[in-house]
Write a protein that binds this ligand. Structure first.
Ligand SMILES: NC(=O)N[C@H]1NC(=O)NC1=O
Length: 191
């Protein structure tokens, strides 16, 4: 269900028009959008049924609505598919290309040893408390805001945190989609 197969990442080099997206069969759709929610191709497999999409923002809303409709256990499951920020996978160079770029944009690849240690300790406490990793949209935050957010969100109740984390997944997903689909391409225009 959470297959981690090969996806056709296009990463903005050659963004798709919405017309091309709307003509995709589900296999191609999953290949193109299977990682807009990290390691969760199930989301793309479900959202395909909502086509035709009006534009990139409408496509992002469909993913967002799917995540919103999941019960707390499903939201927690999606969070568990995310790598720790500046964690073991990042240090081993084993993140997906999307996560690598996102974590670098927040400056997480240039932390001091002290910052890295703080992040590791807070991540550990967070995962021990909630049973899923801390997730935040790294492209919308810098490392200081992330460290602060981690400390603050550690105080939240588990249900609040599953919802907060899922909302961050929606932001990450939207930005990944906007890299893949031309933002000005619309169902009712020739672009
Ligand atoms: N844990 C976590 O927030 N991971 C991520 N956030 C993001 O923007 N990209 C990630 O890999």
């Amino acid at each position: 269900m959470f297959a981690m197969g090969t996806f056709n990442y296009r990463m903005g080099d050659n963004p798709l028009s919405i017309h091309v997206v709307n003509k995709m069969g589900y296999e191609e759709f999953i290949k193109s959008f299977g990682n807009v929610v990290e390691h969760c191709s199930l989301c793309a497999a479900a959202v395909w049924r909502e086509r035709p999409f009006r534009d990139a923002e409408n496509l992002a809303s469909c993913f967002g609505d799917f995540i919103d409709r999941l019960p707390i256990s499903g939201k927690e499951g999606i969070l568990r598919l995310h790598p720790d920020l500046a964690g073991r996978l990042a240090q081993a160079g084993q993140l997906t290309s999307e996560s690598t770029r996102e974590q670098a944009s927040a400056g997480l690849n240039t932390m001091t040893e002290e910052e890295r240690q703080r992040m590791t300790n807070l991540n550990k406490r967070y995962t021990q408390k909630f049973g899923f990793p801390f997730v935040i949209c790294a492209r919308e935050n810098k490392k200081d805001a992330i460290l602060r957010g981690l400390g603050e969100r550690l105080e939240n109740a588990p249900q609040t945190e599953a919802i907060t984390g899922a909302n961050e997944v929606k932001k990450i997903c939207r930005l990944r989609l906007l890299d893949l689909v031309k933002p000005d391409s619309q169902l009712n225009s020739p672009l």
